[in-house]
Structures are given as C-alpha cells and as structure tokens.
Design a protein around this ligand. Structure first.
Ligand code: FE2
Length: 376
C-alpha cells in the first residue's frame, strides 16, 4: 500500500458492496484529552487540526483532532461523569472507540452493512456548516468498538461540522508517520471465527492470512490470528484470540485489563523506520527490546536488505520477509498504564505480510514485560 492510497479512487468491482477509501480517523476515549493531545504532538509529532467542546456548542465532551500526513487521531474525553464516554473509560481505561472508514456514500455503507446483519451504532446523519457537509453512519464491531463510515467529499473545513480549526503556537516537527497500515482486534476465547465471519458477511472483507497457535507460540503462551482485508487492501483488520499455553496468553492479559474485547494495536506506516523510531525514542516513546542475538543470523534469514544492520540493532527494529519483499517493524510498550493498547511502527518494502518470522521474538519480549507486571 503506497502513501497515496487514501485519495485515490478505490478500484471497486461490482461485488464490493462496501468500497472503502482507507482509514479516515481513529478516535480514542481518554481520561484527559488535553494532555493526550499534547502527548501525541510532543512524543509522536502530530499537528493540531481541530477542536470541539463547549465553545463549539458540544456540551458533554471535548475532542482534539491531531494529524500527521494521512494519519488522523481524535482524542475525546467526557466533561462530566455518568455518560457513555465516562463509563467507557471507567471500564476500559484509555482505548480505541472508533475505527472510522472513509466512504463515498455513508448512506449506502449503512444500508449495505445493516441489511447484512451489522448492528446499528449511528443511522446516517448529515452534519452541516459553512464549509459544506459530512455524512456519518456507523455499526458496532467487537467489544464496544465501532466503525463509523465518513463521507466528506462535500466538505472543505478543518475536520467536520461541530469542530473549529485548532491553531497552536506549539507545532513540533513530525516523525515521518504516514497512515494506518492495519488495526488489530483482540477477541475472547473461540470468538476469532465469529468475528472473521462478521467481516466477511457484513463488510465484504476476505481472510487473507491465518496464523494458528503453532505459528504464534512461545515456551509459555499462544494466540491465534486471522487477517481480514477489504477488497482493495486499504483496510486490514487482523483478529487475535488467546490459545492454550503453559501460562497466560498476552491476549488474555489484554482482555483482563481492557475488561473485554478491543483494539490491541494500531500499526503506523513510515517510509524510513530508522529515522522515525530514532525520533520517537528521542521524544520518550518506549519500545519492546529483543535480545541482540536476534541479529546474529538475521541476514541469513531475510537475505539482502537496503538498511545497515547496526542502526536496526541499536533501535531493536525487526525484519521479516515474504514472497514479495520484506518489512521492518517494531512494537511500542503500552501507551497507557493498563497493559492494553500499543502502537506498531512498520515500513513495508514489498512485503504484504505481518512479520510472522518475528512473532516469537516479539512475543517473548512482550512476555518479559507481562512477567514483570506479574501477569504471566
Ligand atoms: Fe501488527
């Protein structure tokens, strides 16, 4: 997937009843949106885009929109207790609420998905202001996570009606993050296949890759995963479920602390992972570390790579290959105190896969952290 994908016209065939143009935004419900926005600007290099709150006529919440290239995050917090956002944060902690998908026609997206069994979250809703109109609709997915379909072809404002442009004197330089590569959901025992079926039946996605517990197991724990992709491949949702192991699966730890199913990680694409991870580390973002022995036979495993080995080793960046090329990737530590949501930084050089060759090293690194928390 190139960085140009979001604005290109999707190659829709007659069978794609839900043509998607890419991820429109990811909305996080957080305990303190003002501080979260500062964190994403300072640590990750996002820019201020838009604001909504009492000053724009929204009385129950505040939202900050930040952006880096084609990556848009919305950080939302409730202004009082006893509402759905406050309940969400009380139960789950900070986490992903909305995986918003850009469509040409939000009414059609709603009609097509709800008639196929999608549970309504938001009926088609038209929002207007002096910059035009945005049409939103939405359906529920795993846990309390939702997909909102965003039609914004007739809108020229900063984000959408209800928001005002947010101008700030504080504009930290970006870190080279480009767009959402994929978003992973963690679901409960025996729930992977039902959710695979949901994405197939309700959204017309295809299962493009599957990993069983033999692929993804360490000495102690295991998980299973299936990767779902929409027709043009712009939107990919791997679904994980725990598998039996000697000890507790990392997916179980997530389910315990998130108190249910939810988004485990959002993978953010870069065109220069060494530069991006160096910048993120300099700004305080913490990443998982693999043992340095990982690099001893790396080139034997993956063949020639364009990058120097030394900086990869220094930063702990992992490399894997498939038939079409290779990829470089790294997982952050959880980005809140609960061991739930984290980010992956990924650079694809031809490879369309998800780093199966790195799963063991990555998950062992994850388990060391899990063990340190007393949750293994
Ligand atoms: Fe991933």
């Amino acid at each position: 997937m190139s960085t140009e994908t979001l604005n290109k016209t999707a190659h829709t065939s007659t069978t794609d009843f839900l043509p998607l143009q890419g991820t429109d935004y990811v909305e996080f419900y957080v305990g303190n949106a003002k501080q979260a926005a500062h964190f994403y600007k300072t640590a990750f290099g996002f820019q201020s885009v838009a604001y909504s709150g009492p000053e724009t006529g929204v009385k129950d919440r505040v939202s900050y929109v930040v952006r880096q290239n084609k990556l848009t995050f919305v950080l939302t917090t409730p202004l009082r207790g006893k509402n759905m956002i406050a309940d969400h944060i009380y139960k789950h902690g900070d986490g992903v609420k909305v995986l918003a998908l850009r469509v040409d026609d939000a009414r059609s997206a709603y009609q097509e998905t709800t008639t196929r069994g999608g549970k309504s979250y938001m009926e088609p809703t038209v929002l207007k202001d002096e910059f035009g109109e945005v049409v939103l609709s939405g359906i529920h997915t795993y846990g309390e996570t939702v997909h909102v379909f965003v039609e914004r072809k007739n809108y020229s404002g900063a984000f959408m009606p209800g928001f005002k442009k947010w101008e700030s004197h504080y504009n930290p330089v970006d870190t080279g993050l480009l767009y959402v590569d994929h978003c992973v959901g963690n679901v409960g025992w025996n729930q992977m296949n039902p959710w695979v079926k949901f994405y197939e039946d309700v959204m017309g996605f295809k299962n493009i890759l599957s990993f069983d517990d033999n692929d993804i197991s360490t000495e102690y724990s295991a998980l299973m995963s299936k990767v779902m992709s929409n027709g043009n491949g712009y939107v990919k949702f791997p679904i994980n479920e725990p598998a039996e192991g000697k000890k507790k699966s990392q997916v179980e730890e997530y389910l315990d602390f998130y108190d249910g199913e939810g988004c485990q990680h959002v993978a953010l694409a870069t065109a220069d992972i060494v530069k991006t991870v160096t910048a993120l580390r300099d700004r305080g973002v913490e990443f998982l570390r693999v043992p340095s022995s990982y690099y001893d036979d790396l080139l034997d495993r993956v063949g020639h790579i364009d990058e120097d080995l030394e900086p990869l080793k220094e930063l702990g960046i992992l490399v894997d290959k498939d038939d079409e090329g290779y990829l470089l990737q790294l997982f952050s530590k959880p980005i809140q105190d609960r061991p739930t949501l984290f980010f992956e930084i990924i650079q694809r050089k031809g490879a369309k896969s998800f780093g199966k060759g790195n799963f063991k090293a990555l998950f062992e690194a994850l388990e060391r952290e899990q063990d340190a928390r007393g949750n293994l």
